[in-house]
Write a protein that binds this ligand. Structure first.
Ligand SMILES: *Cc1c(COP(=O)(O)O)cnc(C)c1O
Length: 383
């Protein structure tokens, strides 16, 4: 009954979203903190003041939201956990994160979660005539999109220490004259490469193919590549409200790139879903961007809990990668990843285990509040 193309579909499997039992959920890299009170206020106000707007189509291009995103990025430099508070609930970038130019709204595409934005990018820029180059272990949605659109892939194994094999990525991109995508910091490995390292890759890789850096986690550490947009017109940076902006339920994500590339993504959008962001999410997203100071505090708390937790695990003989994200990637000698996952689940806490060859010994644990982490530590003491 189905079309032939259905054979190429291998759906993404997200972390469990259980309904039967109240688990502490540390399995989907969601933010444990609530959204800013300003977000709640904005949603209430929108419903109360202009309920008729629910019955009308929203702004198809989310222009006010794009303005707010640009303002937020200019104010924090792209890494919330290093931003510096200044007076009146405002923040500014640390000196190392300050942008050398202003990001303008025409450099932003806003969409229904960065997953949708990524899907449009795959459609617009990666062709079926050559493989897109990506790390073997990275965000597992990339291969799903490649399958969906019939794009071949060249998967580059990570180095033995889980870092990106930059040389091999570059070599293959040049060999095939093709585009590149990876997450920075990478998932599920939590490690990032520096802006200088990205720059040196950009410098040598094909200039007429897109180079996509997914910065879903960069607000928790690492270095943003936003400042490289000034000189590299083939660079696309993808970011999301789901992790550092406590908004996974709002489904908001965006790309930052040259206006020319943004126009291509917009064209794809207008052929698939003209109104990707609903009225209330646009309002909520604007309020979130205006509360960057609040999310900076949340990101700092998450980074603090993360570093404490990594020390805790290492003191107990776990192998843990350094993390620049809101999660940790770890294993314990003598226990399989699946065993650890099951033992922790029995105690009412969900973490993520991947049945993927090469990383099956590891588990991925999202960093929660200090209360949640205290519960988890108790469980781990028992393992
Ligand atoms: C969570 C995540 C996303 C998806 O974000 P949404 O905006 O919720 O769709 C994209 N990329 C990476 C690497 C992620 O971890």
């Amino acid at each position: 009954m189905t079309a032939e193309r259905m054979k190429n579909l291998h759906p993404y499997v997200p972390g469990e979203q259980p309904k039967d039992r109240k688990y502490i959920k540390l399995n989907a890299n969601e933010n444990p903190y609530p959204p800013s009170p300003e977000v709640i206020k904005a949603i209430k106000k929108a419903v109360k003041k202009s309920p008729e707007k629910i019955g009308l189509y929203p702004d198809p291009d989310s222009n006010e939201l794009k303005d707010a995103i640009a303002d937020m990025l200019n104010c924090c430099g792209g890494v919330l956990c290093r931003s510096v508070p200044c007076s009146g609930k405002k923040i500014m970038p640390s000196s190392s994160d300050a942008l050398p130019f202003k990001i303008t709204p025409d450099m932003i595409y806003a969409g229904n979660g960065s997953d949708e934005v990524l899907s449009f990018i795959f459609y617009a820029f990666f062709d079926s005539d050559r493989p897109v180059v990506l790390p073997e272990h990275t965000y597992s949605f990339y291969p799903v999109y490649a399958g969906f659109y019939g794009i071949p892939m060249e998967k580059i194994p990570l180095n033995g220490d889980w870092t990106l094999n930059k040389e091999k990525i570059l070599e293959k991109a040049l060999e095939y004259d093709s585009g590149i995508i990876f997450a920075n910091p990478n998932a599920p490995t939590t490690l990032g490469i520096s802006k200088e390292e990205v720059k040196s890759l950009l410098e040598k890789s094909p200039k007429d193919k897109v180079f996509v850096v997914d910065e879903a986690y960069v607000d928790f550490g690492g270095e943003s590549c936003l400042s490289l947009l000034e000189n590299y017109k083939n660079l696309i940076i993808v970011r999301t409200f789901s992790k550092s902006l406590c908004g996974a339920g709002m489904r908001l994500g965006y790309a930052v790139a040259s206006p020319e590339l943004i126009n291509y993504i917009t064209t794809v959008k207008n052929c698939l879903n003209h109104f990707p962001i609903d009225y209330l999410s646009q309002k909520a997203g604007i309020a979130a961007c205006e509360s960057a100071w609040y999310y900076a505090e949340c990101a700092k708390s998450v980074a603090f809990e993360r570093d404490e937790f990594i020390d805790f695990l290492r003191e107990r003989g776990w192998y843990v990668l350094d993390s620049q994200t809101n999660f940790v990637f770890c294993k314990k000698e003598g226990l399989s990843g699946e065993d650890i996952y099951k033992k922790i689940k029995q105690e009412g806490i969900l973490v993520r285990h991947f049945n993927t060859s090469g990383i099956e010994d590891y588990i991925r644990i999202t960093v929660g509040t200090s209360l949640q982490m205290a519960s988890l530590k108790k469980v781990i003491e028992k393992i």
